[in-house]
Design a protein around this ligand. Sequence first.
Ligand SMILES: Cc1cc2nc3c(=O)[nH]c(=O)nc-3n(C[C@H](O)[C@H](O)[C@H](O)COP(=O)(O)O)c2cc1C
Length: 180
Amino acid sequence: MKADIDHWQWRVVMNQKRVLVAYGSKHGATAGIAAQIGQSLREDGLDAVVVPADDVDDVRGYDGVVLGGALYAGHWSGKAKRCAERNAEYLKHRPVWLFSSGPVDASAEEHEIPPVAAVSRQMELLGAREHRTFGGRVTSGTPGIMARAMVRAGKGGDFRNPERIQDWAHHISADLTAAR
Ligand SMILES: Cc1cc2nc3c(=O)[nH]c(=O)nc-3n(C[C@H](O)[C@H](O)[C@H](O)COP(=O)(O)O)c2cc1C
């Protein structure tokens, strides 16, 4: 208890921002991106918490929220979408950033890939600041017939680019810490 109070007091004195990084992931690739974002935010001195989107029931304790979801058959993760819907009332009043984890090719490196329709809708509803599409991951370890077929057709691989993910996270830190 004492440690909690000390931590809270320290955050207030230092004006340390608390950020929630939530993710909707089926096979871990999006969770990995969220973990990397959380780590970069912490390197910048923010108090970042990384949790599965399904576990998010209250965002009121956070100064900012980053929410990401995997793309499957052109749709954003249902877990991420439901998290956005469930918490909309409070997300609307905080800075929010959305991301998608997707393409298993180099396309996310070559140009900005716009959000799918459901994510665009959430961007509008929540007044989200930005969206990024990061490359995804499908490998021989990914379960499912479709994933196996993709890998067999030579379309697998890990296309998550740590540098691009870290750059975006540092940009979020700068944006949040500028808003005193
Ligand atoms: C059956 C299947 C369908 C997919 N559909 C899409 C898609 O429509 N758009 C896309 O960008 N990526 C698609 N992907 C790639 C996944 O989004 C990518 O692998 C993602 O990083 C997986 O995240 P997760 O491991 O967190 O579930 C698909 C992958 C599989 C296996």
